[in-house]
Design a protein around this ligand. Structure first.
Ligand SMILES: *[C@@H]1O[C@H](CO)[C@@H](O)[C@H](O)[C@H]1NC(C)=O
Length: 190
């Protein structure tokens, strides 16, 4: 029982350290998020590819978008947009509608003409739950409060029922409660 726990906490401990070595970008679920990537404007572009995972030394890897600078040659989803000013040194990738599952490492690989023409940049993206899931959270809290009130009221009614059965003629708790609330409300109004 203890071993997996120790393993998990060790893993959680190592996780930030592992992703901390790359520049980080934070986004919100449902919003667009831009991963920056640039190259010297003076260089002539061969192509740019964006992929999932850490940059490999020799290839694009699991490619999301591939462009030669004139048009998008390959794209796995229309959510992935390359900056239209790509030829002016800005090779940023915008994810139009970010999901939490988009979190992870991304590689920007720029190949330029010339012998030293390869440039790579790995970025870590963290997408936080967006407004949709906070709405769900609000609903969950609302339902919890409703259930808690239901339990309290039914507890009161049941206690009242038991008391009435044991000692008939004693004042009803519900009636007491209602009159208390009424006096409180009256005070509020006055
Ligand atoms: C590059 O383009 C993105 C939009 O695609 C923009 O948000 C960003 O500011 C630009 N970066 C620079 C250095 O101009």
């Amino acid at each position: 029982m203890l071993l997996p726990q120790a393993f998990i906490s060790a893993f959680l401990f190592l996780l930030p350290a592992a992703s901390g070595s790359f520049p980080e970008v934070y986004g919100m679920g449902g919003d667009p998020v831009t991963l920056p990537c640039s190259y010297p404007e003076s260089r002539v572009l061969s192509f740019v590819c964006w992929s999932r995972g850490e940059c490999a030394s020799d290839s694009c890897g699991q490619t999301l978008v591939w462009t030669d600078g004139n048009r998008i040659n390959y794209q796995t989803s229309s959510r992935y947009q390359i900056n239209p000013k790509l030829r002016q040194g800005n090779a940023s990738l915008t994810i139009e509608y970010a999901y939490e599952s988009d979190s992870g490492l991304y590689c920007c690989r720029v190949e330029m003409k010339g012998w030293d023409g390869v440039q790579t940049l790995t970025t870590s993206l963290q997408v936080q739950p967006g407004s949709n899931s906070s709405r769900t959270k609000g609903l969950a809290i609302g339902i919890s409060i409703f259930l808690l009130l239901l339990v309290l009221v039914s507890g009161l009614v049941i206690t009242n029922y038991i008391l009435m059965k044991k000692r008939p003629g004693s004042p009803s708790l519900v009636a007491l409660f209602v009159s208390k609330v009424r006096t409180l409300l009256n005070k509020e109004v006055a």
